[in-house]
Design a protein around this ligand. Structure first.
Ligand code: ZN
Length: 247
């Protein structure tokens, strides 16, 4: 079983406009479709819970952390963001969604500003630009969203290891909408669609991308801690103290 924790700041979710689209909250909707997928066990936590819902024991028992945040990036303590970065470096998967591009854990992990250009309410077509990637499996060459927030280049992130999806918007902009990175032992997949007033997370293609991303980001190797230890040589070194030859 892949143990997934879906974190949501859960602020937009109480507004009537968002409730009409996501009666269970964004986190409840994501947990709902993840739990229908084979081999995935997901639960939701939110910012207002003690320790922001992410105590050490929750993080220790999380294989993949999904993150939705927008208004309250600053409410996430620096110490927690540092802890998440360490967990990713040790092997935990991390999937920041939509406006989580400005979240503290994502920016810490990537080390750049992660800024972009945006505009509300556009038609988006998502093109698969790495069809051989595990996250693209079962997805068509392109699919569209009737309305989604436009995110446009330049997206200030380090060069992704793969751009699995590229978004095109009616205004002419393009965006690297689905990007992969590795940090330490951990895998990161950023996915752009998911504005709170659009029904994006009900879309079967979007759900398939997120399920695939969870499977891809699940740890293949995980370290208990990050240490920088003194190494013993692989074989005996006989010529100890031998002078370095001069040329
Ligand atoms: Zn948005």
């Amino acid at each position: 079983m892949i143990r997934v924790t879906v974190w949501n700041e859960n602020i937009h979710d109480s507004s009537p406009e968002v409730k009409a689209v996501y009666p269970l909250g964004i986190h409840g909707t994501i947990v709902g479709f993840l739990n229908k997928a084979d081999g995935i066990q997901a639960k939701a936590v939110t910012l207002e819970q003690p320790e922001c819902g992410l105590s050490d024991s929750v993080l220790d028992e999380t294989d993949v952390l999904v993150w939705w945040g927008h208004l309250a990036h600053d409410k996430v303590p620096d110490e927690l963001a540092d802890k998440i970065r360490e967990h990713v470096n040790r092997g935990m998967g991390f999937i920041p969604l939509h406006s989580a591009h400005m979240s503290k854990p994502f920016r810490r992990l990537l080390g750049t500003s992660c800024t972009l250009r945006w505009r509300d309410g556009e038609f988006e077509r998502l093109w698969c630009t790495d069809p051989g990637h595990p996250i693209a499996q079962g997805l068509p060459p392109a699919f569209s969203l009737a309305e989604e927030e436009m995110y446009g280049e330049f997206f200030d992130v380090p060069h992704p290891e793969s751009v699995v999806f590229t978004g095109w918007f009616r205004g002419g902009e393009v965006f690297r909408s689905g990007c992969c990175w590795t940090r330490g032992y951990g895998r990161i997949f950023y996915f752009q669609p998911g504005h709170e007033t659009n029904p994006t997370y009900h879309n079967p293609n979007i759900q398939k991308v997120i399920v695939n991303a969870v499977r891809w980001a699940a740890p293949t190797a995980r370290r208990d801690r990050l240490d920088c230890s003194c190494a013993t040589p692989a074989e005996e070194i006989e010529a100890k103290g031998e002078e370095i030859p001069r040329f």
